[in-house]
Write a protein that binds this ligand. Structure first.
Ligand SMILES: [Zn+2]
Length: 82
């Protein structure tokens, strides 16, 4: 039973951009408007770690394993309380 939506698509930059574009956040990331949901670091195409959906909102996290883990924990906690 794993209901967490976590996407970590970053392998090829081209694919990453396509995924981000699909999510509607590519321009924001290129424009430096997106920050890591956990550590508040500015996200760019090389430190993008993934996205989590929290209460229907997309949250971007950087590639730091600590942030990814924290994001998973938060989304798990939210799933439980829902
Ligand atoms: Zn982070």
């Amino acid at each position: 039973m794993n209901a967490i939506e976590l996407e970590v698509p970053a392998i090829y930059e081209e694919d990453l951009q396509r995924v981000l574009n699909k999510l509607g956040i590519l321009q924001d990331i290129i424009g430096g408007k997106v920050k890591c949901f956990i550590c508040d670091k500015e996200i760019n195409l090389s430190n993008f770690g993934g996205v989590v959906k929290i209460k229907g909102n997309l949250k971007v996290i950087c590639e730091d394993p600590v942030c990814i883990e924290a994001a998973i924990e938060i989304s798990e906690a939210l799933q439980v309380t829902k």
